[in-house]
Design a protein around this ligand. Sequence first.
Ligand code: SDX
Length: 432
Amino acid sequence: MTQKTVTLIDNSTGKKYEYPVLEGTVGPAVIDIRKLYSDTGYFTFDPGYTSTGSTESQITYIDGDKGILLHRGYAIEDLAEHSDFLEVCYLLLNGALPTQKEREQFEHTITHHTMVHEQLTAFYRGFRRDAHPMAVLCGVTGALSAFYHDSTDINDPQQRLIASHRMIAKIPTIAAMAYKYSIGQPFVYPRNDLSFAENFLHMMFAVPCEPYRVNPVVAKAMDRILILHADHEQNASTSTVRLAGSSGANPFACVAAGIASLWGPAHGGANEAVLKMLQEIGSKDRIPEFVRRAKDKNDNFRLMGFGHRVYKNYDPRAQVMRRTCHEVLAELGIKDEPLLDIAMELERIALEDDYFIEKKLYPNVDFYSGIILKAIGLPTSMFTVLFAVARTVGWIAQWKEMIEDPQQKIGRPRQLYTGQTHRAYVPVGQRG
Ligand code: SDX
């Protein structure tokens, strides 16, 4: 089959340049422009990378128009329905669903890495009790680099594997410790007899004074929420992890960078922002006022939980989250959750509004997750922390793929410079 190419004509010189088109297994093909600058002296210009592929990957595929999300080829709806988070972790890391034996071995490995070095607890005492838990998570995760020197050599496959397992296993422990610290309760150690989701709930809500029974419905919902947030192609935080890792930085430091990026309200911080927005709206009759503000170009207010760079149709995760939201509230006997009523009415109004239809703005993964997390008992400030707990496996899988990619090189974008050209230095006495 002949190689497909595209031709670029520089109209100022009449010169023609031909570039190969690389086809994936599914989704848009890419124009390989790696030689563009050396051929033409031009850079491309694509702030926000709306049309730029930064890497080849085999982990996650999104079709934004059809609302499709695949992890190693498996649809998110199937994984949410039939799998569990630890199996999805194995799938993202290894590329295939585990056999029973592989699953048991992986579960044993992760379970036996859930404790953190006891000295790490000292880091928490340096934070104010009212510090945002994302600040604590970012700091303590970065500090892991100072403890696990036997798994920071990224060129050693065995150390990469141990570091990956440690990061996935310890992030829920670190996250729960951030919550306990914020409410002045003692840290709760992980338990090896609990599943990943059960263990997280136990470390979050158990107290030493009495036994804690994990609600199986809540544990199942938590496990599903973790699956829905596990990975999502080259989003802002994953791209941050890849760029940090491209310099050879250790995986703990790279994940800390990912946590920092996820915190932003345009990204993972949106789930916290959605709940605050629903609380600010306060009642259904104020919804039109907020929808109007979201459409007003002079108002920088946006409907949090709506819109997506890739999904121009419904975010498939939002649909699963919506169903889970109703299930959890029903199971917990929460009949009248006003925030859910406002959310559903806001969704109905927005989806009928010409502005949202024209801009293809649909609810995304963050729109309903906050309502479930609030029902489960997480404080709003822990919502993005939960997102980070789930996304850590995606960051680690993508980091590992990058390190093992023979084409990998340090990321170093260029720019369009519009600043001052060279000018002579002027001593302060001669300045205007
Ligand atoms: C996540 O990338 C990922 O995969 C992320 C994520 C993941 O799993 O990693 O899916 C997780 O981050 C989900 C998104 C969570 N963020 C929010 O819910 C915050 C609210 N949403 C927006 O900030 C926005 O929709 C983004 C950031 C999500 C996407 O922004 P884009 O792709 O850069 O789109 P844009 O800002 O250029 O918007 C296009 C138009 C603009 O109008 P015009 O300038 O063309 O006139 O749509 C408007 C925007 O003003 N618009 C909105 C809107 N989102 C976009 N208007 C009102 N409310 C909104 N929410």
